[in-house]
Design a protein around this ligand. Structure first.
Ligand code: ADP
Length: 630
């Protein structure tokens, strides 16, 4: 932007007021014919940018100005922007062409205020205001008072001027380098450079007393570079301007400063934003954003008809973060409110809050997931362990049942074996006769075969009863079949005990999905308990009844006895492990039965019959239901 590096504090000199008034009064009369102010017409503000839209500095100031104006007027404003492109087209032809073009363009919409950003825009509108915006107030910004004087700005132009204060820049340097002992001030040989050096001498008089101070002046660019590269490490270098060196060579000051700062052995400071990015640590200057906002306030006052006068755009400390790092200067020593340019914050620095939050959420999630996985694993382990315990308990239970039934089983087995022996003896006697009755022998052999089959079945059931499981053997079977097979196992024992077995089998199939041996063990446990209960009941008729059927869409089995029943107060405890009222009891039969039934999604319950005796009821889900459901 046209923040002119050559601007220092300067008194505005008088300009040709008479000429300005002459132009103003004449043009006003002419303009009022074509552009009559309309009642309630929002004010028109034309912003003139000196260069093209790519120049970040002017664009930044212009944007800040626009948003401040929109805010101040509640959006009731007509804003126009024109990019004069004067750095690429500095020719007088272009300037004149732009003048004519804008005069015509705004013929029907004359601006009420023209904001000229940079000295080029200010010069342009000063020359062309009569044709472009004859009634408009002109507000100029982005350069110093001295430049205003140089370009002969009309006296009614209001300025948002910038002052470059070397003392504030020096104070910032002192804060950043508290241990510095040397102070160097660099200035060129042009008239302006010399005037600047004189101003700095006066402004830094007090400040420089704390340092061994050297003014580097009247030097060629090579000498500047060499001297700056040779200063002691504990030095502060303040760069003013070098428009010309001692050899009379012309420079753009920031280019000259760039060469010096590149090899300087101590940090270089300067009071211009334009020096940032040219190797300078920083300085106290006006920022484009601040300038735009101050300008916005000024223009808002002009629109509102409030009295206005020139203002000084507020100054800010501004530093290049890369230079802070280059010289190892602590960020913490920066004056409050300092703007850091090129601050390449690490991802963590820039997004620490979001990152911390995100990290927290991720960690929390990870924690929850881990806890859930652990819990699932624990549950699976626990389920695995409890299944294993159940299988072991069932097996022990089976062995105990087998043990309890062994005498009746042996007795039962004895029958076919005796029959086989008797039949075999009979057959051998028949064979010893002269004319053996072969047909009879054939019958006998058939009986032997049948008895052998019976014995085989008994042994098979016994083996099945003792089968040890390491895994549940899931299969679908009819609850009626398992009940029948359990009845076959105990019928010998029941007979021995004088118990009558009755079975009311369901007419329909009751398919369930479970381990057959486990469900059979449930029936055996209930039957054994029932037989025990009837033992204690004395002489009453001993009847053990098995009934299967459908109950609420479930397979149900009831085992009823004619014993003494279960006292009401024990009904809730009989399924607890180790609850027993028997002398040689373990108290495990019913708890194992319940564990098995619940493993397969069923329920077991007990109650007393009104006529005496207990009924145990087992319900299991029908396998068909699951299939239909799927
Ligand atoms: P145990 O048979 O080793 O005692 P159970 O768990 O099979 O262990 O039975 C627990 C208790 O429940 C028995 O001791 C008995 O008091 C009671 N019980 C079980 N079945 C019956 C029944 N049919 N009639 C009366 N009491 C019963």
């Amino acid at each position: 932007m046209g923040l002119d590096a050559a601007s220092v504090r300067f008194q505005r000199a008088g300009v040709s007021l008479a000429a300005v008034f002459f132009i103003l009064s004449n043009c006003h009369a002419a303009a009022s014919d074509t552009s009559h102010p309309v009642e309630d017409q929002p004010p028109r503000v034309l912003i003139l940018y000196p260069y093209d839209e790519r120049i970040a500095a002017t664009t930044a100031a212009g944007e800040a100005l626009r948003s401040r104006l929109l805010e101040a007027t509640g959006g009731k404003i007509d804003l126009f922007s024109e990019f004069l492109d004067l750095s690429r087209f500095p020719e007088a032809d272009h300037v004149a062409r732009m003048g004519r073009y804008l005069a015509e363009k705004y013929a029907a919409r004359r601006p009420d205020v023209v904001v000229a950003l940079g000295k080029e825009s200010a010069s342009f509108i000063s020359t062309n205001r009569a044709s472009i915006a004859p009634d408009a107030k002109i507000v100029a910004a982005g350069f110093g008072n001295s430049t205003a004087e140089k370009i002969d700005l009309p006296d009614d132009v209001i300025g948002a001027f910038t002052t470059f204060d070397i003392l504030k820049t020096a104070e910032m340097a002192r804060k950043l380098q508290p241990n510095a002992r040397h102070l160097y001030i660099i200035g060129g040989s042009s008239e302006f450079d010399r005037a600047w050096l004189a101003t700095a001498r006066a402004d830094l008089e007090e400040f420089s007393r704390s340092y061994e101070t050297t003014y580097l002046e009247d030097l060629t660019i090579e000498e500047f570079i060499e001297r700056a590269s040779d200063v002691p490490a504990e030095s502060i270098i303040l760069a003013l301007t070098i428009f010309k060196d001692r050899a009379g060579r012309n420079f753009s000051p920031r280019e000259a400063i760039r060469q010096i700062a590149a090899t300087a052995s101590a940090p270089v400071y300067g009071p211009y934003q334009t020096y940032i990015d040219y190797g300078v640590v920083g300085g106290n200057t006006v920022t484009f954003d601040n300038l735009g906002r101050s300008l916005g306030n000024l223009v808002a006052d002009v629109i509102a008809g409030r009295p206005v006068s020139d203002i000084q755009a507020p100054q800010t400390n501004i530093v290049d973060a890369r230079q802070l790092r280059r010289w190892g200067l602590a960020e913490g020593n920066l004056p409050p409110g300092t703007i850091q340019m090129y601050e390449e914050k690490t991802f963590w620095e820039e997004h620490w809050l979001a990152s911390t939050g995100a990290l927290g959420v991720v960690l929390l999630q990870a924690g929850v997931i881990a806890a859930l996985l652990l819990e699932r694993r624990r549950r699976q382990d626990a389920e695995g362990r409890s299944r294993l315990h159940l299988l072991e308990a069932v097996h022990l239970n089976q062995s105990a049942t087998a043990g309890a039934l062994s005498s009746s089983i042996a007795h039962e087995l004895n029958q076919p074996l005796s029959a086989i022996r008797n039949n075999a003896e009979a057959a051998s006697q028949l064979l010893r006769t002269e004319i053996p009755d072969l047909q009879l022998i054939q019958h006998i052999l058939q009986d032997i075969q049948e008895d052998d089959q019976r014995a085989g079945d008994i042994i098979g059931r016994m083996r099945g009863l003792l089968k040890k499981r390491s895994e549940i053997d899931w299969q679908e079977f009819d609850l009626n079949d398992v009940t029948s097979s359990a009845i076959r196992i105990i019928h010998g024992e029941a007979e021995r005990r004088g118990i009558t077995l009755k079975a009311t089998e369901s007419t329909i199939k009751l398919p369930v999905r479970a381990d057959k041996v486990h469900v059979q063990q449930v029936v055996l446990n209930l039957a054994t308990n029932a037989m025990d209960a009837m033992n204690d009941a004395g002489s009453r008729r001993r009847i053990l009844t098995f009934a299967t059927g459908l109950a609420s869409e479930k397979a149900a089995l009831c085992v009823a006895d004619t014993g003494n029943g279960i006292p009401e107060e024990r009904l809730s405890s009989i399924f607890e492990p180790f609850f027993t009222t028997k002398q040689a009891g373990t108290g495990l039969g019913l708890s194992i039965a319940r564990a098995i039934v619940e493993t397969y999604g069923g329920k077991i319950s007990a109650c007393n019959r009104p006529e005496g005796g207990a009924i145990f009821r087992v319900v299991l889900p029908l396998a068909r239901q699951e299939e239909e459901g799927g």
